[in-house]
Write a protein that binds this ligand. Structure first.
Ligand SMILES: *Cc1c(COP(=O)(O)O)cnc(C)c1O
Length: 453
């Protein structure tokens, strides 16, 4: 009986002009239809017939939900600089501009502007990588996992690939070095023990391999440490030995850095130049860890080997797109122009002094009128420098239900990601971009004010 009082879709559409302009007629029709179905069920169950306005509001909230992106910007107040779950490295202004410039229109991606003929996408980052590293050749692919898979597929397929047991690591997301080595068609030869590998372990393996050009893989342990009774030959020792046996050395640096991180009080992280100087034939690293660029995998090394890598069928499957090439090239240029610490956000974050962080945390405290400024620790993250922390100062809030407050922070727009420690909610200024300070403070003020009421 009362179901007949419900308006028709056509009637509702007449009143939904604003929604139609925002979302398009087909989607609004679908939202109204679904809302009406819900209401019909409710009315049959005894609920009152809602007004048209209530129906339209119901449809509007559906539309907002359907069109809200799941991938959205957040404020990282965790103090973890290269936060894989939060998208790793924020980009420099030049990198963002370069990406925008090539995405908005056409580009010389595979077009040689000198000859007017077909060109190669492989050249775009290669020259700057050669100049920066002195490597004979370079190629940029989708990510470092792809770089390793491609390199091994091109150089180690059907061959013996030697790796120390202490380096048979899992990086995260089930990416395990030994699995990838097998996937590439390499025949794994494990040497050493979990905590100790001697040069003679490599030597024994190499001298029993008779086929041409075996491969020695060195993987940076990235996200964990082996401490105590441990031993590992240096990369130079491994390279000298491998070359004497006509073997190729592939060094997976993981993060890869051009800078010595010791100057920031961190323990030494192997640099890209050190790997090449030690004699590694091919070196791979990520674009979005300590390099501070977009997601990419970078392969540098000997030209003869890089030629094989570039020609391998998998190269096409894992190739970098124009936005990646534009962003990586712009990021690499910062290093070439000796301005990386100034221009690349992750290096600015790493370089921030405890005093300047203290001042920012204090201004947050003042402007929100809450919490305390306390010393804490930021981390580099991204599988680089495990257990390595940078001294910082955080705004620490003493909130009755910290987990509930964290959840509320995540529902804001932009969402704010913080961490808790000993039942306090901590906000680390190190990873909050300076231009986000105002919105962070304003959001905190509102949340703290409404939680007091
Ligand atoms: C992070 C890492 C990888 C994977 O790199 P992605 O760019 O995330 O694909 C591979 N090897 C090591 C040692 C790493 O630390």
């Amino acid at each position: 009986m009362s179901l007949r009082n419900l308006p028709s879709i056509e009637q509702l559409l007449q009143q939904a002009q604003a929604s139609i302009r925002a979302y398009g007629r087909p989607l609004v029709t679908q939202a109204l239809r679904e809302s009406l179905e819900t209401i019909r069920a409710d009315v049959r169950a005894g609920a009152e017939v809602p007004s048209n306005e209530q129906l339209l509001a119901l449809a509007a909230s559906r539309l907002a939900g359907w069109t809200h992106p799941t991938l959205e910007p957040v404020i990282n107040a965790t103090g973890v600089i290269i936060h894989t779950n939060l998208g790793r490295a924020p980009l420099s202004t030049s990198a963002i501009e370069a990406i925008q410039a090539v995405s908005a229109g056409y580009s010389s991606l595979e077009f040689d502007l000198n000859t007017g003929k077909r060109g190669s996408r492989l050249i775009h980052a290669e020259a700057v990588l050669q100049r920066l590293t002195g490597a004979e050749a370079a190629v940029v692919v989708n990510n470092n996992a792809a770089a390793i898979l491609l390199t091994l597929s091109a150089l180690a397929n059907h061959k013996r690939a030697i790796i120390a047991r202490g380096q048979m690591i899992e990086i995260g997301g089930s990416f395990r070095i030994p699995d990838v080595m097998k996937q590439s068609g390499a025949k794994l030869v494990e040497v050493g023990s979990t905590n100790k590998t001697h040069l003679r372990d490599y030597e024994e393996a190499l001298s029993t391999i008779s086929n041409s050009k075996p491969v020695v893989v060195r993987a940076h342990r990235s996200n964990f440490k082996i401490i105590g009774f441990t031993e590992e030959p240096s990369l130079k020792e491994i390279c000298d030995l491998a070359h004497a046996h006509n073997a190729i050395v592939i060094d997976d640096l993981g993060s890869g850095t051009f800078f010595n991180v010791e100057k920031y009080g961190l323990t030494h992280e192997p640099t890209i130049l050190e790997s090449l100087a030690a004699g590694a034939d091919v070196v791979t690293f990520s674009g979005d860890k300590l390099l501070g660029g977009p997601q990419a995998g970078i392969i540098i090394g000997k030209k003869t080997l890089l030629d094989k890598i570039k020609k391998h069928p998998l190269a096409r499957a894992v190739r970098a797109d124009k936005t990646c090439l534009a962003g990586i090239s712009a990021t690499l240029l910062h290093y070439l122009k000796d301005e990386a610490e100034r221009e690349i956000p992750i290096w600015r974050m790493i370089a921030q002094t405890a005093e300047s962080l203290k001042a920012r945390a204090a201004s947050w405290q003042q402007e929100t009128g809450s919490g305390a400024v306390v010393p804490a620790e930021s981390t580099v993250g991204g599988g680089s420098l495990p257990g390595e922390n940078l001294p910082t100062f955080v705004l620490s809030l003493n909130i009755p239900k910290p987990d509930k407050f964290l959840a509320k922070l995540r529902q804001q727009s932009p969402a704010i990601i913080a961490r808790t420690e000993n039942d306090r909610v901590l906000f680390d200024p190190r990873t909050v971009l300076p231009e986000q300070d105002a919105v962070l403070v304003e959001t905190l003020r509102q949340l703290l004010y409404s939680s007091q009421k």
